[in-house]
Design a protein around this ligand. Structure first.
Ligand SMILES: *Cc1c(COP(=O)(O)O)cnc(C)c1O
Length: 358
């Protein structure tokens, strides 16, 4: 028998979530599928999202795989090209490139190919990660507008706080001010801005996390909204089974570092899932988990291949009982919050050794 852990990817949920995005905007949809489709599998996700207007990711190899699989939509490289060799592939496969730094314009200048590229000029509106400051945009635009290697230009920015109470007012005003001088397409919104700020939709929205059925609005925040409230369905369900049970007496401890000590006699289960599968090691005692469809909690420290669950109130649970770590009926956002992280990180950390089923 194979080890019972598996990740079920619900293609219908991905399609559904794309429709939720579609209904929320009249802008074109650039589905963000970086990090192997947020851990769901690049080509699998692309197929489910085939009705999208574009795909955004980072790896040129992945972009080429998409083209070779027959996708004709815009494919945007979110960090653009990294070296001169990349540029040849970018041109050959007609990939759109973010231009975020002067060194990339210099590289374009040196590019000798004769095909023209679509570029997305990135404006730094306060996140201070990638992009030209509003003051630098005029010069960069001038260089790109008359560049022999450039076909179409889109102006873009990325928000640092679209999911926070602070919102997007400042960066949106900065961006609009810069963009007012140019008649080019605009792109600003991630999932949070797509769902919350229609004024920032522009011509292209760039949803990521919402497509996978998690919320961009962390539920512990004052403006938190759950995925379910947003009408989103989880695309990934990580499940496994109980492979052993133990009867503890008062005072017994469990796991490495004895992070849990029984106060009275109780029954616990051992689940075939650990941090080498992508479950967060820092998930504390009490992280929510489902056993046989019923909510209970993890106990003790997560080890590489196993973790413990409380079976005190689940007398029917036995070896073989199905466990849902996150996904259907166990929101990944709740697990993430308890573990001090976000759904994004859990999805992306799904380990290669976990069997994927669709
Ligand atoms: C990852 C990313 C997105 C998508 O963000 P979500 O919060 O997952 O919707 C959009 N734009 C850029 C530039 C990104 O890097």
């Amino acid at each position: 028998m194979a080890r019972p852990i598996q990740a079920y990817i619900d293609l219908a949920a991905l399609e559904h979530n794309l429709q939720v995005a579609r209904r929320a905007t009249s802008a074109r949809l650039m589905s963000v599928i970086k990090a192997d489709g947020y851990g769901h599998g690049l080509l699998r996700v692309a197929e489910a999202l085939a009705a999208t207007d574009g795909f955004a990711l980072l790896d040129i190899q992945d972009a080429v795989r998409l083209r070779e699989a027959g996708y004709r939509q815009t494919i945007l490289l979110l960090e653009g090209f990294f070296n001169t060799e990349d540029l040849a592939s970018v041109a050959e496969y007609d990939l759109a490139c973010v231009i975020h730094s002067p060194w990339q314009i210099a590289m374009l200048d040196a590019f000798s190919g004769n095909r023209k590229l679509d570029v997305w000029l990135k404006v730094n509106t306060g996140m201070n990660r990638l992009g030209f400051t509003p003051q630098q945009v005029a010069q960069a635009m001038e260089q790109l507008q008359r560049h022999r290697a450039v076909r179409d230009i889109t102006l873009m920015t990325h928000f640092a706080n679209a999911d926070e109470a602070r919102g997007i007012a400042e960066p949106l005003a900065l961006f609009n001010d810069v963009a007012a001088s140019y008649r080019v397409a605009r792109s600003l919104a991630n999932s949070a801005a797509l769902l919350r700020y229609p004024a920032a939709h522009g011509d292209w929205v760039r949803p990521g996390i919402m497509l996978y059925g998690a919320t961009p609005f962390a539920p512990e925040k004052d403006r938190g909204v759950s995925a379910q409230q947003l009408g989103l369905r989880p695309a990934m369900t990580l499940s496994s089974r109980i492979i052993a049970t133990q009867e503890l007496r008062a005072g017994d401890e469990i796991g490495y570092g004895a992070q849990f000590r029984a106060e009275h006699s109780m029954r616990i289960g051992v689940v075939a899932c650990g941090y080498a599968d992508g479950y967060p090691r820092h998930a504390p005692n009490g992280t929510p988990i489902l056993v046989d469809g019923q909510r209970t909690k993890t106990l003790g420290r997560v080890s590489m291949d196993m973790l413990y669950v409380d079976l005190s109130n689940l007398p029917q649970a036995e070896v073989g009982s199905r466990v849902v770590l996150w996904g259907e009926s166990m929101p990944i956002d709740e697990v993430a919050r308890t573990a001090g992280t976000v759904g994004y990180e859990l999805m992306c950390a799904l380990a290669k050794r976990v069997q994927v089923v669709v």
